[in-house]
Ligand binder design. Structure first.
Ligand SMILES: Cc1cc2nc3c(=O)[nH]c(=O)nc-3n(C[C@H](O)[C@H](O)[C@H](O)COP(=O)(O)O)c2cc1C
Length: 206
């Protein structure tokens, strides 16, 4: 699994920064390839195409999810590149859990109505450095990802022609095209990835 953690915080070196590092390490221990990136509301998010899973989260300040992450979802091309992506969500906040699930998580989920959400968790301040809480979150993500992958692999076959076409794509782009073709076929309900499906998926990337 190739995962990226997109996050925001106002406190450099604060609780969210440390949490993201611990989350990344825990995920990497499962064999995943992990990168992290701090959100900017106006950045170019085309790199998201290269990842199987996008983990997003931020602290809540004054009842609003931290502004660069929310801003990226509203102002940038992030939402476009999140299309069909499997995502996981986390929040850091001091409010009681039910309130956070009701008031804060929807601020992110509103933008992700068509995404498969593998896991979501609100972390209380003391949980941000709690290895067990972090490992549980990672276990939820990896288990749900494996389930989704199994379903996809059982229903999706690559034709020989499509495999040959993929092999001709330069290595740098091959993974991006493979991910795009599988995500596209999954959404369209195709059972087979043919050369045409690859072309359709490629056209959607442009
Ligand atoms: C200025 C400020 C405002 C906050 N506002 C809220 C809030 O409205 N609701 C909430 O649940 N937690 C709130 N918190 C708690 C933070 O979300 C929590 O402490 C978080 O872990 C801070 O992350 P950071 O260390 O990366 O900044 C606030 C914290 C700060 C410093």
């Amino acid at each position: 699994m190739k995962a990226i953690i997109l996050y925001d915080t106002r406190s450099v070196g604060g609780s969210t920064d440390r949490f993201v590092d611990a989350l990344g390490s825990s995920l990497a221990e499962t064999g995943a390839y992990v990168e992290k990136g701090k959100c900017k509301a106006t950045a170019d998010y085309s790199f998201v195409q290269d990842f199987d899973v996008v983990i997003m989260g931020a602290p809540v300040y004054y009842m609003i999810v931290s502004s660069e992450l929310l801003g990226a979802l509203i102002q940038s091309n992030l939402k476009r590149y999140l299309r069909r992506k499997k995502v996981a969500l986390f929040l850091a906040c001091g409010s009681p859990e039910p309130m956070a699930y009701m008031m804060y998580l929807p601020q992110l989920k509103l933008h992700l109505v068509r995404n498969k959400i593998l896991a979501e968790k609100v972390f209380a301040p003391h949980e941000l450095s709690d290895e067990q809480a972090i490992d549980e979150f990672v276990t939820n993500i990896t288990q749900e990802y494996k389930k989704a992958l199994k379903t996809r692999n059982n229903s999706l076959k690559w034709t020989k022609e499509a495999q040959e076409l993929l092999a001709q794509i330069p290595p740098f782009f091959r993974n991006r095209i493979r991910i795009a073709a599988e995500e596209y076929a999954e959404e369209m309900g195709y059972r087979e990835i043919t050369a045409n499906v690859i072309d359709e998926a490629k056209a959607e990337l442009e």
